[in-house]
Design a protein around this ligand. Structure first.
Ligand code: ADP
Ligand code: MG
Length: 646
């Protein structure tokens, strides 16, 4: 999996998680808010509906009271014709389904629309009995029997009749048809005009609520003002007992949905506990938020219920729209973030691509490959570090090449010169010995003149010099040291300096020793090492013609034995430094230097697995550093007594 993919997935996960959490929080908050608001609204609507219902009742009561005050003369006159006319007018004015004049003790004197049916006793009617006892108007909701309705007229009884439909969830009941009627009724006393006034009758009026739709429509219109998609937002229903007797909820085929019954849950709350009930419901084919309130008769018994329901859609729809907008926004921002991320990661990861490509090229051998770019931050540092690493590799490679070629060159050169020198030296050595021997013998002849003696001296001197050179060549060409023994460098150094202090060439030179007694023992050829020290000391002396200091030190570094031979002489010219170990390289006048001292020393160091290096500064001095490996432990085991001292 690429970093980029990982970044993208991680980012996506974060966005989705964050948005999901946000969505859930918002959703639950909005829902809570909505539920609260809707409940408040429904409670208010139910309140409005209930007020509309009771206003209607009160209107009826007040109308009857006004009528009762207006009409006592007619009642007292007891003229049948006038009474009938008065009640008919009042009934039409008050739009009563029934209007009846009763005697003060509750017997029917006259029915406005069914003149023949008189004489029955209505004193059981709760409103009538209340007026009788209080002599004040009263109103309320009543349930009247089928017979009572029948007495008021067949057409009224027929209107009250409602077939009971099967309703799933309703309280068990095997009623097939409802013949009783629920009425809004009012009664008002009539008094004589003499004083003190005496009650001469009771006006009793009622309106059948079964199938009376204008009441529920009025209730609905007063409670709900809004419309939603052309439909009223609210509905209202009246229940007689648990049966829907008037409603503006419509069935699928456009009829008023009466005849069905309340669910048992609601029935229990409203009828058994006498309290209001709120909750969602599925009515016909829409979701409603509903509220029910008990309707009580004048004695306080629950005889029916008033229902208001509000379409849920107008509330839910904006919520849904809001969620859709939110989801759309989330989708868009996620998409935008991903595009942005795509671009950003591409930019961000470009340096890594470059580093990988560059590293591959370097591995393939192209040491000139570099990352080249320097972005900000850690990646910039990475690019820089990688480039620096490549530079370091190049430098190291070059150094190594140089060192090996130099070393190879030097030892090859030395080897070939050595072979050549050895061959020549052998050839020269014998005749040279002959010349020297005979020249020396001749010197001893007694009859030599001065000139001859002088010439012979020259021959002997020069031949001796040549012999020295030839010896040097033979030394140089010797392939292996004579014999390696355990030795301690400090001892050899002390013996060498003692030798030097006695030479007249060293009289003007201060010789100092700084010897570390703790340096380890080594394996070597004492004579050869002494020769190296002598060569170096001689060179130092020749570099300090006036006066100077020669310092020889020993110490241990990284387990190696180090000897430094330092002078305060004139130093070596930079252009000569690389040549001083070459055989026959000399800066000294002819006859003085052979140019073999350092190359012979180099060969000896090599045979001891050691190294020789030079550090020089023109006019200040030169330091030669020798490095020897310490003797291996197995060589030391034979000489435990040698461990510390020289
Ligand atoms: P030679 O001493 O015969 O010239 P060497 O091999 O001993 O040959 O030295 C080579 C050259 O290195 C010398 O000629 C001299 O130029 C230079 N040299 C060696 N040692 C020193 C030194 N201590 N100070 C200055 N130059 C030196
Ligand atoms: Mg020399």
């Amino acid at each position: 999996m690429t970093i980029r993919l990982r970044l993208t997935l991680g980012f996506l996960a974060v966005i989705l998680l964050a948005n999901s959490v946000l969505f859930l929080v918002m959703e639950s908050y909005v829902r809570q808010q909505l539920v609260r608001e809707v409940q408040e609204r429904v409670a208010a609507d139910l309140d409005g509906a209930s007020r509309a219902y009771h206003d209607q009742l009160e209107k009826m009561g007040l109308f009857l009271r006004a009528a009762a005050i207006r009409s006592p003369m007619v009642v007292q006159s007891s003229m049948e014709g006038e009474l009938s006319r008065l009640l008919t007018v009042l009934r039409e004015e008050g739009r009563f389904d029934m209007l009846t004049l009763l005697s003060p003790d509750g017997r029917v004197i006259h029915r406005a629309h069914h003149a023949g049916a008189a004489g029955d006793d209505l004193s059981d009617n709760p409103l009538v009995s209340r007026v009788k006892s209080t002599q004040a108007p009263a109103w309320g909701t009543l349930v009247v029997s089928a017979e009572a309705l029948q007495r008021e007229g067949a057409e009224l009884a027929e209107r009250a009749r409602i077939e009971v439909l099967d309703t799933p969830g309703a309280r068990p009941d095997n009623r097939r048809v409802e013949t009783r009627g629920m009425v809004m009724a009012a009664a008002a006393p009539m008094f004589s005009s003499e004083s003190p006034a005496r009650m001469i009758g009771i006006l009793y009026g009622a309106n059948l609520l079964n199938r009376t739709y204008d009441l529920v429509d009025t209730v609905r219109d007063r409670a709900f003002h809004r419309h939603y998609q052309g439909k009223p937002v609210g509905t209202a229903t009246l229940f007689l007992d648990d049966l829907r007797i008037a409603t503006n909820v419509m069935t699928g085929d456009g009829k008023r949905a009466i005849g069905t019954r309340l669910s048992e849950v609601v029935y229990d709350a409203v009828f058994n506990q006498g309290s209001s009930w709120y909750g969602p419901a599925f009515v016909v084919n829409e979701r409603y938020i509903t509220a029910y309130e008990p309707i009580r008769d004048p004695d306080g018994r629950v005889v029916g219920a008033l229902y208001v329901g509000m379409l849920e859609a107008p509330f839910v729809q904006p919520q849904k729209a809001m969620f859709s907008v939110f989801l759309l926004a989330v989708a868009l921002t996620t998409l935008a973030s991903l595009i942005l991320l795509f671009l950003v990661t591409k930019r961000m990861l470009r340096p890594i691509d470059r580093v990988v490509t560059m590293a591959r090229r370097v591995v393939a051998g192209d040491l000139s490959a570099r990352v080249g770019i320097r972005p900000g931050g850690e990646l910039g540092l990475l690019c820089k570090a990688v480039d620096e690493m490549a530079d370091a590799v190049v430098a190291r490679e070059e150094q190594l090449k140089l060192a090996t070629s130099r070393q190879l060159g030097q030892s090859e050169k030395l080897a070939s010169i050595g072979r050549l020198a050895a061959g020549i030296a052998h050839e020269i050595n014998n005749p040279l010995t002959g010349v020297l021997t005979f020249a020396t013998l001749m010197q001893e002849k007694p009859n030599l003149d001065d000139q001859d003696r002088e010439d012979l001296e020259l021959i002997v001197r020069e031949t001796t010099r040549v012999r020295d050179i030839v010896r040097g060549l033979l030394d140089f060409a010797r392939e292996s040291p004579h014999e390696k023994r355990l030795l301690h460098l400090n001892g050899i150094i002390r013996r060498t300096t003692r030798l030097l202090r006695n030479q007249k060439e060293f009289r003007h030179i201060t010789i100092e020793e700084k010897l570390d007694e703790d340096i380890p023992w080594m394996l070597g050829d004492e004579n050869q090492i002494q020769q190296v020290l002598l060569n170096l000391a001689l060179n130092a002396c020749e570099a300090m013609p006036d006066r100077g200091t020669l310092t020889i030190s020993t110490f241990t570094l990284d387990g190696q034995i180090i000897v430094t031979v330092a002078d305060t002489g004139h130093g070596i010219k930079p252009e000569d430094v690389n040549k001083i170990f070459d055989p026959f390289f000399t800066t000294k006048p002819a006859g003085k230097g052979t140019g073999l001292g350092l190359s012979v020393s180099y060969g000896i160091l090599q045979q001891h697995n050691g190294l020789i290096e030079v550090n020089t500064e023109l006019g200040k001095g030169t330091t030669f550093t020798l490095m020897f490996p310490p003797a291996p432990p197995e060589a030391m085991q034979d000489h435990p007594e040698l461990h510390r001292t020289a």
